[in-house]
Every structure is written in C-alpha cells, then in structure tokens.
Design a binder for this molecule. Structure first.
Ligand code: GLA
Length: 728
C-alpha cells in the first residue's frame, strides 16, 4: 500500500518498494516531517523528535510554558515565514501588501488512485501500471484565508515521490505569493555532502561534491531558463556514499525557468533542503478565489549509492515523463548540417550532404539555423519564419521531397522564443519584445526575447511555424533558445503584475510546446538551448531528447555526459559525431572514439560526409549497424558509471539489459601515459551465476563483477574500446 494513514497517531506514511516517507500532524496542528529513507514498516516514528529548549528559539503562543516546543527546532514538512522558525523557509505570502506571517495548520487530507496532474505544467504521469497514488494534505492559515494543498505522487516501483503545492486564496483580499517552494525536506541528523551540477556554455552539468557547512548553501538560475550554469538537480549524500554504496537523496525540479535550491545545516545539525521557482523578484498576485500551482519536484532516495538513485530517475523519466510516438522506439540517426556548413548552405549543398548520408545508412537530415528570412549570420531574421527563397528555391517542398526520395526523413531548426532587431517581426511589433520602457534592452548574440507570456505573440508563432511545418513532410524539429533572458517587462501586464512575468514566460513556453506536440504527434522534437542550457525534466515532457552540449569533442563530452547521467537517461541525450580537429577544442580523436561516446545518446552525425575518405565512410556504415544492433541495450538498459572521468585516466561505463542477458561495456582513455598500469574495471549489473561471452572468451558474471575485467596496452591517447557481452 503506497499510502498508509494512521488516524490515531495522525501519521501519513508513503511507501515505495525500498523507501518510506512519514509525516505527522502534531498536537498544535503543525505538519511535522518525521522520516525519509530506507523502508520501515508502518510504525509511528515520532520518537525521533526530541524536543529541547535550545535557547533563543521562540514558542508558539499555544505551547504555553513549554519552551522545548519550537518551530525553530522541529522538523517541518512545509516551513513558512514569520512564525518563529528562523531557518530557510518555503513560503512567503503578503496579504493586502503586508507581511502578516504565514501560519499553516492541518485541515484535511485525501487519498486518490493514480497520479495528480498540474494543468498547464509538465508533471510525471502513470501509464506504466506501477500503481501510482496521490496524497493531498490541506493546510490552512485562517487569518490570511490561505489554503495550501501539499500534493504527493508516489511511484512505488521506481522509489520516486513527487511533490507540488497548490495555493488557494480563500480570502476577500488579494494575496501576493513571494516565495512558493515546490518541496522542502528536513533531515534531522547525518553528516552530509552536497552534489550539484554546475557549468557554462560548452561545458554543462559538471559534477561537484562539497561538504555542507553550517549555514546556507544556495545556488540556482536567474537567467529565465534552467541554465548551463546550474542544473535543477541536487543530491545530498552521506560523506561515505559512493557510486554503489551509501545513502543519498535526489531532488530534481520539473521546471525550465529560473530556480533556486537551498540547503541549510542549522544549529542542531538538522539539514533542511528546498527547491522551487527562484524567489528573487518573484511576486504572484493571487486574487480571491484563484489558485497558484508550483512546479513539481521529483524526490528519490537510495541506500545503494548514486547508481541506484540514477536508475530510479532514469526509469521514471523514460516511462512516466517522456511522451510521444518516439518515447520507447529507436529515434532516427540524424545528420545535422550545423558544424558542416554553419550558415553557408543552400538546397544543393544540403542535398549533397543528404545523398552521401543516405549511402551511409543515416536516417534523417536536420537543416539547422539559416534557412529563413535573410539570415546569413546570427544578426538577423529570428522571428521571420519564412523560407529564404535564395537559399531554398521554391520553398521547402522541393528539397524535402528530394530528401524523401533518397529514403531519408527531414528535420528543421527553429528558435521560436527569439527575435532579431533586424527582422520584420521586430519592426512591426516592437511591443512584443521583453524590454523595460525607457531603457534599451540587453542584447545577447544580437537577439532579443519575445514576450511569449502574451497570447497574441504565441498565436503568431503558432501560425507562422505551423505554416512552415505544413508546407512539406517535416518529421523532426530542433527547438532552440540561444540566450539568457533579461529586461523582464511585459507591455501586457500592469506594473503590479510584472513580478509574475518570469513564471508566465515559462507557462507560455509550455503552452506553445503542448500545442505543437499535440498538433504534430508524428514530429520528433529535440530540445536545445545553446546546447544543454535547458536540460531539465520539464523540457523532457515535450522533447524526449535534448542536445546535450554545443561541445561535440568526444573527450569533453565524457565529462558532460557523465554529469548528465546522474539524473537523465541516455535516451534523453542528443549526441553527434563531428569532424576533427574538433571545432570547439581543436582536439583530434579517432572516428571510433567519437562514435563510442555519441552512441551513449541519441546517435547522429554533425559533419560533411563528402569530406570523408572511403575508409571513414565504411567505418561509419559499421558504426550505424552497431548502433542499431545495440540500441536496446544503450537506450533501455540500466546505466552504470564505472569510473570518474575527473579522477581517473580512463572513462568506463556500461549498460545492461534489465534481465542481465546482454550488456555493452565502453571504455575511453582520457589521457595517455607512458608504460601505464593495466586497466581493471569491475563490471556491474550482471547475474553472478551466469556465464557471459566477450568476443569468444567465456567469463562468469561473478568474476567480471568481483575480480573485474582487465585491459592491456591502453596507452594511446583517446583510445576507445567497446565490448559486447552476451549471456551463454
Ligand atoms: C545553438 C545550438 C547549435 C546550433 C546553433 C545555431 O548554438 O546549440 O546546435 O543550432 O544554435 O545557431
């Protein structure tokens, strides 16, 4: 039973296969958080709360002389501002413009079969028969007339608990929501490390692990997107936790806009963690009777290290977040012309690329930036989604028909949220741009941002983009977004609502994406934001794959894809083989190494095949056959990180089919050393008692996992090895 309600003890226990999560309504009606961790059966865990007067921790009035009862020291499920808890809190609401504190007490609860949804926002769903359930707990502040509903979605098989919050204004005054975290989690004891994934353009999701000090550790994005700089995913782990041992908690926000994550170790050693929309400048006006919904946070716990935690996220994202006809099946192997031509292309050049690619077995040509308006560099035409007739005479149809005639599919690039100053759209609708009146806007990559919180702007985008999509047989869209947002001012909103704009932009984006996903179910959407600047679960709800980074260098990708793999499945990662010397780093790696790395993602190419030697073309044909052969293992297998590319001289990772019958081991040497040690890799996920063939040699699962696999002569820079394992 995923939800156990004990009316006598006033506890709610959420049970997944391996974890438990317990809440309790205490004698004053506050909702305490008692436990989240390895599974315990239905037992009241309130003995874990040991009230002590710590001094300078105030007491609610009704606690009388009980100085040990303080919201400043209790583990709370959804802490609020102004009621004597001085730690980071999850809620700040103003009433009639004044801060009158927020005092939330238990009111009621409901249990429901199935998973709650958040209309207009992405959220996990249950279609997999894992019997998800929903718990709703209603808290009320009777003075403010505020009702807060805590939503819990329990996915038992994957050890996943989701959280989201509904705020309802049941008063006759306007309320201003200035902080509304999606989840807060108190963990009373432990010695914690904090793992997060920072980065920059061309180097996203870099794993970083630090010890958590007393006080507040905070990071997030204020860029209007989830960002290259910080991913909305954090892990809290015990100091001794490793890939395969020890406890850890994950929290991932299903949100593509500015977010904030905070962790505080308080005076008593309690860890409080929260995540949600970034509250810097956030101010949502909630009129009487209105409801505000936070985005969803996805929580998981593992006592078997990071590896199991990642498996929980991978499974639930593959099955209960991604949608569409390409959710489970093999996506086309694409050739994208960006690094092959940049802006310098026309139909003839694209057809030449497609002809060569078709001979290699590539499934689809994706035409990147530069096909519209008068765009021949990045300074003009964004917003004018009309085919450039000089580059593509006669429009898209003749080109796409010829590509179809080669037995290939066709995909196209858009950057819908942006506008160039040098565009008809900007000239005709200057008020559609985000811009503070009286100030010049901040330019980035010479472009400005459209105010997609506006319905008329979204209508224009729907019409102009649909016209292009309807003009030919288009089966793939790369949806790009190439700047951080500033100038947060909408001409459509009154001054007092400008604090809603950052979030309204994101809701506008979701509504656009939902429209296109529903209208064109046959189209495969690839997300992109200067590579991986918006690689988050919310985007995965619309695009089952996301361009992982503009950095296509295989060796740098090892680190980027390593960090990405902590939360996101291989099937979500777009990854291409590009030309050498690599355009971002100048590094030269073998074609094989580039393919081994790119195959651990949505495999494709990003080069001009006409420039390849015959030998290279033959090698690509083999790579494509191999990818097709291994696809099920690569995309649906359990993913194991076997080395740390930041610490070790090689990267090793493997995927194993769920029943342990087949696996693929991948190894790349990051740095050559003279006269090096042999490489020993301990494999994972096999059945100990079964025998496996690697080439013609037979090994037991136990020997490969306990004694390991040995590789000699790995002394060549960037050497790569791929071993297919088949159970006897
Ligand atoms: C971004 C993308 C690239 C490419 C360019 C085109 O940087 O990440 O892959 O599409 O835009 O301008």
């Amino acid at each position: 039973m995923p939800i156990i309600v004990n009316e006598k003890d006033k506890t709610f226990t959420l049970q997944t296969k391996n974890t438990s999560y317990q809440l309790k309504v205490d004698r004053h009606g506050f909702l305490l958080h008692l436990y989240y961790g390895s599974k315990v059966e239905d037992q009241n865990l309130d003995y874990l709360v040991i009230p002590v007067d710590r001094g300078f921790s105030g007491n609610p009035y009704e606690a009388g002389e009980d100085r040990a009862y303080s919201l400043d020291t209790l583990p709370l499920e959804y802490p609020t501002d102004g009621v004597g808890d001085y730690r980071i809190n999850a809620v700040l609401v103003l009433s009639g413009g004044a801060n009158k504190a927020v005092d939330l007490r238990f009111h009621s609860f409901k249990q429901k079969m199935g998973k709650y949804q958040l209309p207009g926002q992405p959220a996990l769903y249950d279609e997999t028969g894992q019997e998800a359930e929903t718990l709703e707990i209603v808290l009320k502040d009777s003075l403010l007339g505020l009702e807060v509903t805590l939503l819990y979605g329990i996915f038992p098989a994957d050890d996943i608990i989701t959280r989201a919050i509904l705020f309802c204004n049941a008063s006759s005054l306007e309320l201003n929501i200035c902080r509304a975290k999606s989840a807060s989690l108190d963990i009373p004891y432990g010695e914690w490390d904090f793992v997060h994934f920072h980065g920059r353009h061309n180097m996203e999701r870099i794993f970083e692990r630090n010890s958590l000090p007393h006080g507040i550790t905070s990071f997030g994005s204020r860029r209007g997107t989830s960002s290259h700089q910080h991913n909305p995913f954090i892990i809290i782990c015990d100091k001794k936790t490793t890939e395969f041992t020890g406890i850890c908690y994950g929290m991932n926000l299903v949100y593509s806009g500015s977010f904030k994550a905070e962790a505080e170790i308080d005076q008593t050693g309690l860890l409080r963690l929260n995540m949600g929309i970034n509250d810097d400048g956030f101010n949502w006006r909630l009129k009487p009777g209105e409801i505000f919904m936070t985005p969803e946070a996805v929580l998981s716990f593992s006592k078997e290290g990071f590896s199991k935690l990642s498996h929980n996220y991978h499974n639930v994202y593959r099955n209960c977040l991604c949608r569409g006809s390409y959710k489970q099946c093999r996506r086309p192997i694409v050739i994208n012309n960006w690094e092959a031509t940049y802006f310098d292309f026309d139909s003839k050049k694209l057809l030449e690329i497609a002809k060569e690619a078709a001979l290699l077995g590539i499934d689809m040509l994706v035409m990147d930036d530069g096909w519209f308006g008068k765009r021949s560099n990045d300074k003009s035409s964004l917003g004018d989604w009309v085919v450039n007739d000089e580059k593509l005479p006669g429009g898209l149809k003749p080109l796409v028909d010829s590509i179809d005639g080669l037995g290939m599919k066709f995909g196209i690039w858009f950057e819908p949220e942006m506008v160039s100053e040098d565009s008809d759209l900007c000239r005709n609708h200057p008020d559609w741009v985000l811009k503070v009146p009286g100030r010049e806007p901040v330019r980035s990559r010479s472009q400005l941002v459209l105010d997609i919180s506006r319905e008329d702007v979204r209508d224009y985008l729907i019409k102009s983009i649909s016209k292009v999509l309807d003009s030919a047989n288009i089966e793939y869209v790369k949806w790009d977004m190439n700047r951080s947002i500033s100038d947060w001012f909408s001409n459509k909103l009154p001054d007092e609502q400008q604090g809603e704009l950052m979030h309204r932009y994101v809701l506008g984006l979701y509504s656009l994406l939902e429209h296109f996903v529903q209208k064109y179910p046959h189209i495969l959407f690839e997300g992109c934001s200067g590579g991986g600047g918006r690689f988050d679960p919310a985007m995965l709800y619309y695009h089952p794959l996301i361009w992982c980074s503009d950095n296509t260098d295989a060796i740098e990708r090892l680190k980027i894809q390593y960090g990405t793999s902590f939360a996101y499945p291989v099937a979500a990662v777009s990854s291409h083989v590009s030309a050498v010397p690599n355009h971002q780093t100048g590094r030269v790696t073998s074609l094989k190494t580039r393919a081994v790395v790119a195959m651990s993602g949505n495999f494709g190419y990003e080069l001009n095949p006409a420039l390849l030697s015959e030998e290279e073309k033959e090698e690509i044909k083999t790579q494509i056959c191999l990818f097709k052969k291994y696809h099920d293992i690569l995309h649906n297998g359990l993913y194991y990180r076997l080395s740390d590319p930041f610490k070790e001289r090689f990267s090793a990772w493997m995927m194993v089919l769920g029943d342990g019958s087949e696996a693929l081991l991948n190894i790349v040497v990051n740095n050559a050393e003279a006269n090096p040690k042999h490489l020993f890799v301990k494999l994972k996920g096999l059945n100990e008692n079964d025998c496996y063939f690697i080439d013609d040699k037979k090994y037991t699962g136990a020997s490969l996992m306990n004694a390991g696999f040995a590789i000699k002569n790995a002394c060549e820079d960037y050497l790569s090895l791929q071993f297919y394992l088949k159970r006897e």
